[in-house]
Design a binder for this molecule. Structure first.
Ligand SMILES: [Zn+2]
Ligand SMILES: [Zn+2]
Length: 396
């Protein structure tokens, strides 16, 4: 456990205005996954100015900064994602998105600003910093595309990282609340397509056709039964079909239909179980209707975020020391959203935790919505815990 106060409290207070300004600048200039060129440029400039060793173009638009402290210690990574979403912002603030159709609606503008400020803060007091801090600015989290190529590019190997930490700001919790969940914490996500092949014909003569829309409807309902009848009651999975495409007109039976959906689970066992059964379900239900169905998954998907127990206890203790025990009191629910921080946590022990930024009053501001907005009072809280976690972990 490592309480940053009071030595670091002044440092954080002094950087607060800059932190908010930086977050607002990123918010004003959001960039989509793998297009974070301006964002990456600013990150690289700031880290270079703070005299970190900087690598750019890691996983295309990612940035890695290495800070070597003057005292002996361990090598610890801090991961921040930096991409925005294809959404049109509906709020009227001076720093709303200047790019039509693109918006920071998940808080990654805050993550980037916190990561930079944390690096600058530690760099400014390098003489007191033990070990080596590695800052991973990851692109393309929203499409689960950035973590794997960063790891493949050696982001955790040079220098060899012992543990990895990071945080997600959340409007689901008030300012001052920190959510740390050991074990499975966030869902896996897999996207799938079901292609159904029937036989087209006249709407008045269905017996001469094989109707793929009827097949799609039955597969859709059957899939939910798969979840309720084959997944154990103490486990859970979420299956959503978000798109069905078929047909042209009232009275024509089409020849094909396509369904697109997502599967979310919280353990590798359930994930593997449902993934394996889904294909057979779709195929065999289609067969009963004389049609054919082929289910395919898009890419490798995103595994469950599984936090390591000792590192989760450590983060919890840091947050309690900084903010008081109430900040981490109570149960932390499983988060049904997904995050490819999971891949870093498969590669190294660590913990990914959530820090509250919900507004004090007024409507809720859901992530991935045009009206998303964070309470910036949560930013210094997040920075303080991040500093505490990094200093404590570096010291070991
Ligand atoms: Zn998101
Ligand atoms: Zn996010």
């Amino acid at each position: 456990m490592s309480k940053t106060t009071p030595e670091w409290a002044d440092e954080i207070a002094g950087r607060l205005a800059g932190l908010v300004a930086l977050r607002r600048d990123f918010h004003r200039h959001p960039e989509l996954s793998f297009e974070e060129r301006r964002t990456a440029e600013i990150i690289a400039e700031r880290l270079s100015a703070a005299k970190l060793e900087v690598r750019t173009g890691v996983a295309r638009t990612g940035v890695v900064g290495v800070l070597r402290g003057d005292r002996p210690g361990r090598t610890i990574a801090w991961r921040a994602d930096i991409d925005a979403l294809p959404l049109s912002e509906s709020l009227d603030l001076p720093f709303v998105s200047a790019t039509p159709g693109v918006m920071h609606a998940c808080g990654h503008d805050g993550h980037a600003a916190i990561g930079i400020t944390l690096a600058e803060m530690l760099a400014a007091r390098r003489r007191e910093v033990p070990g080596t801090a590695v800052f991973l600015f990851q692109p393309a989290e929203e499409i689960f595309g950035g973590a794997k190529p960063m790891i493949d590019a050696g982001a955790l190997d040079d220098p060899r990282v012992a543990e990895v930490y990071g945080l997600h700001l959340t409007t689901q919790a008030p300012v001052g609340r920190v959510t740390v969940r050991p074990g499975p914490a966030m869902a896996s996500a897999d996207f799938f397509d079901v292609e159904i092949t029937g036989r087209g014909g006249h709407g008045a003569y269905p017996h001469l056709s094989v109707d793929p829309i009827t097949v799609a409807a039955n597969i859709l309902l059957g899939m939910q039964n798969l979840i309720s009848r084959e997944v154990a009651a103490h486990e859970t999975a979420v299956l959503t079909v978000g798109q069905i495409v078929s047909g042209t007109k009232h009275n024509i039976i089409p020849a094909t239909a396509v369904m697109r959906g997502s599967l979310r689970t919280f353990t590798p066992t359930v994930r593997a179980q449902v993934k394996e059964r889904l294909g057979a379900y779709a195929r065999d239900i289609a067969r009963a209707y004389r049609a054919e169905a082929r289910l395919s998954f898009q890419g490798e998907g995103c595994p469950t975020v599984v936090n390591h127990a000792p590192q989760s206890t450590f983060v919890r203790n840091c947050a309690a020391a900084e903010l008081g025990g109430d900040a981490v009191k109570g149960e932390s629910n499983l988060v049904p959203a997904s995050d490819d921080m999971s891949l870093f946590l498969q590669a190294r022990p660590g913990c990914y935790f959530q820090v509250g930024v919900s507004p004090v009053s007024g409507p809720t501001r859901p992530h991935h919505a045009p009206e998303f907005e964070m309470n910036e009072d949560g930013l210094p809280v997040a920075l303080r815990i991040a500093a505490s976690v990094m200093l404590g972990a570096l010291r070991g």
